[in-house]
Design a protein around this ligand. Structure first.
Ligand code: 13P
Ligand code: SF4
Length: 367
């Protein structure tokens, strides 16, 4: 009898132990999941986008990998020895992760000098093409290949050919905001930061300036000794800046100086205290004691202006000048190209040599 009771007791403890063991396994599987799927969830906090990878696998349990997009970009950048360049018009969070931020001239110089094998170019397609031409041995990746500058296409080959037939000594000067094909028809490239200097120093009297009629007009005013001909290209964002809105801002803030980009129309340029490239505007503000400014260019410059001059106040036109193409570049797209190596900028072989010469002349002549 006693032995039977002992045996029953033993069986009870064994089944209790067995059920406890089974219970623990079930809990473990419920808690950690049984599949190999990867789920991603994200949330915003203090302007930082956090995302979380939940990797669930049958026997390893769940690995939670809490990294911000910024951290993952930085990690990949280091692993691949990549470098990120960004124009002042891209989103602030993209400027923040960039290694080099600047205007078109600064970025083209940096792209030509950097040793990194991969350049992620946060800007529009003509910038990627320029990077490609100046660094043919590097991989230039564009976070969004649809990001394009409409002005970069606004001249026809016939316009160039007609001017060349008419003037024997003609120099065709193209704004860097132009396709590689347009650069291949031209003699020298310029940016808004060096156009006046380069045109002034060219030996040619007759100049065809393409494609921006506003920058071209500004250069013609600064270099009256040359015969400068223009075509009809323009930046839709800068041309839309209305003189009326700038005047209204000046009436409300009489102490503010008006600083505008040369891509603005004539009426806006006429009421400006200073006309210059995006870096020109940023440097002008930074060097001044003044604290209030009316800015006539794309709103992306606000980020650098405020970073360098935190106690200054900047007024932009009520109809905000926003370049939708520049704003296509997002952190997610930067991460994606770093991961995949896709979206490589390229220039057609038949245009590359001539277009490269046009750009290299700019770098030589702006020293
Ligand atoms: P910068 O960068 O030369 O000032 O040019 C402005 C611009 O519109 C770039 O697309
Ligand atoms: Fe082109 Fe104007 Fe945009 Fe610059 S701001 S990329 S010139 S559309």
């Amino acid at each position: 009898m006693k032995r039977k009771q002992e045996f029953q007791g033993m069986c009870e403890s064994m089944s209790l132990f067995f059920f406890l063991f089974l219970f623990l396994i079930v809990c473990n599987l419920v808690q950690y999941g049984m599949t190999n799927e990867v789920h991603v969830s994200c949330h915003m906090e203090d302007n930082v986008l956090y995302y979380r990878k939940h990797e669930e696998s049958q026997f390893c349990g769940r690995i939670e990998d809490d990294m911000t997009i910024q951290e993952e970009i930085n990690q990949l950048k280091e692993e691949k020895s990549a470098v990120i360049l960004a124009h002042y018009y891209v989103r602030p969070e993209v400027q923040e992760i960039a290694d080099y931020i600047g205007d078109s001239f600064y970025l083209s110089k940096v792209a030509a000098e950097l040793p990194n094998p991969i350049i992620v170019y946060c800007g529009v397609s003509f910038m990627g093409e320029s990077g490609c031409l100046l660094s043919p041995d590097k991989k230039v990746l564009m976070p969004d290949q649809e990001a394009d500058c409409p002005m970069a296409h606004m001249v026809r080959k016939e316009e160039v050919d007609t001017a060349r037939e008419r003037y024997e000594d003609l120099a065709v000067v193209c704004y860097i905001n132009s396709t590689a094909e347009i650069k291949s028809w031209s003699d020298v490239s310029v940016t808004s930061a060096n156009a006046v200097k380069i045109v002034k120093n060219l030996p040619n009297k007759n100049i065809l300036f393409i494609p921006d009629r506003n920058l071209g007009r500004y250069v013609a005013e600064q270099v009256p000794e040359k015969n400068i001909m223009l075509v009809n290209g323009y930046c839709p964002i800068h041309e839309a800046i209305a003189a009326q809105e700038i005047r209204k801002l000046k009436e409300a803030h009489p102490d503010a100086e008006i600083l505008v980009h040369p891509e603005c129309c004539e009426e806006v340029a006429e009421i400006a205290d200073y006309i210059g490239s995006t870096s020109g505007i940023i440097n002008y503000v930074t060097a001044s004691e003044r604290r209030e400014w009316i800015i006539g260019t794309e709103v992306g410059v606000r980020y650098e202006l405020e970073k360098r001059n935190p106690d200054n106040i900047f007024y932009f036109p009520e109809t905000e000048p926003v370049c939708g193409d520049m704003k296509r570049i997002t952190l997610e797209k930067v991460l994606e190209v770093l991961k995949s190596g896709k979206n490589q900028a390229a220039v057609a072989e038949e245009q590359a040599d001539a277009a490269k010469l046009t750009l290299s002349r700019m770098l030589e002549l702006s020293i």
